[in-house]
Design a binder for this molecule. Structure first.
Ligand SMILES: [Zn+2]
Length: 354
């Protein structure tokens, strides 16, 4: 294990090759029963820190180079709206401490996190409110000694630019990613490439896209972003099978099922759209070929996806020790006598049933 002083920072690592960052804590922990869908706030860091710690470990084991503090939506406005503002500071401190602890165990980078506020509008009062929220969260992350800050899932370029300003004022490297949903534009009307170019010009160290779209519908946008900006580009799609007709995971419909509340699979019935690990590997290779060098996945990601992404980039994370080897499989394996024996047993059982 590397000591803190030996540890390479984000930019040094990016100079040597791609950096992998697992996101998607909200969905993973919702599925495990520790986060409430709808409210979507990370109270789990206080109620069940051991669960968050383990998920951080699972993602690092699977190949993530970054442990992202689970402070998504742990901002003043969101907590105020659900009557939990009194937990704000404790929640942030605890999330940062957990991320730091696991990152230190593995020599991984630790990232603070700020995100879409849902109250941004392009006017002075809202800019002031949003800036204050970013400042307090970035301040706590700086106090915790993070390596860099991830500012993510912004539908507005203006909000992303504001986040970037706050991170740069704090003197930390900034990874800033936009969420592009149905229309291939930000909510303030910029193309992804124009928004990313502005972020890059104002000093973002890594710019790109996260959340919103699956691999298939994010890739074409990444191509335009890559050709519009120099420097490092990020891609963290949701691992869902979005399509030209339904480019965002919010717009997916499921004609095979008639019992989903409001007939909308997002966010709690997306299971049948989940990409398999091979689709994720293909995405990782394609994005990397384009020149995307900060790669990961967002809502819906599980550790097996991250391992597959890491292996597609030529890595062998600790979890690769358990990567599939079907030559050892009892039925499909190479060893003919075992495979024959099992087919014979299956056939005997079949005859007994008939
Ligand atoms: Zn997401």
């Amino acid at each position: 294990m590397q000591s803190e002083s030996q540890k390479q920072g984000l930019l040094e690592r990016l100079d040597c090759g791609p950096v992998i960052c697992a996101e998607g804590y909200l969905f993973q922990l919702e599925q495990r029963g520790y986060v409430q869908a709808g409210a979507f706030v990370p109270e789990v860091v206080l109620d069940h820190p051991e669960v968050v710690r383990q998920l951080h470990r699972d993602f690092v084991h699977a190949g993530s180079d970054v442990v992202e503090a689970f402070t998504y939506y742990a901002h003043r406005e969101k907590l105020r709206r659900i009557g939990k503002e009194h937990l704000l500071e404790e929640m942030n401190h605890q999330a940062l401490a957990l991320a730091k602890e696991v990152a230190a165990e593995a020599g991984a980078l630790v990232a603070g996190n700020i995100c879409n506020t849902n109250v941004f509008a392009d006017d002075e009062p809202s800019r002031k409110l949003v800036r204050e929220m970013f400042e307090e969260q970035v301040g706590w992350a700086v106090d915790a000694g993070v390596d860099f800050i991830i500012a993510e899932t912004f539908p507005f370029a203006g909000e992303a630019l504001l986040a970037l300003e706050v991170i740069k004022d704090a003197g930390l490297p900034a990874v800033v990613t936009l969420a592009i949903f149905l229309e291939p534009r930000t909510h303030d009307g910029l193309t992804p490439e124009e928004a990313c170019r502005q972020l890059r010009d104002r000093g973002a160290d890594v710019v790109g896209l996260n959340c919103g779209r699956g691999p298939r519908t994010m890739l074409p946008l990444l191509e335009t972003v890559r050709s519009a900006v120099d420097g490092h580009v990020a891609a963290l799609p949701v691992p869902y099978r979005t399509s030209a007709d339904e480019p965002s995971f919010i717009s997916l419909t499921d004609p095979a099922c008639d019992c989903i509340p409001a007939d909308r699979p997002f966010p709690t019935a997306l299971d049948p759209f989940t990409c398999n690990r091979y689709e994720i590997a293909e995405f990782a290779r394609s994005a990397h070929e384009l020149g995307v060098d900060y790669l990961g996945l967002c809502c819906g990601a599980a550790p097996h996806h991250i391992r597959s992404l890491a292996e597609a980039l030529g890595r062998t994370p600790p979890a690769s020790r358990y990567s599939p080897d079907m030559s050892k499989h009892v039925v499909f394996g190479d060893e003919p006598s075992a495979s024959y024996r099992n087919r014979a047993i299956a056939a005997t059982r079949e005859r007994a049933r008939n």
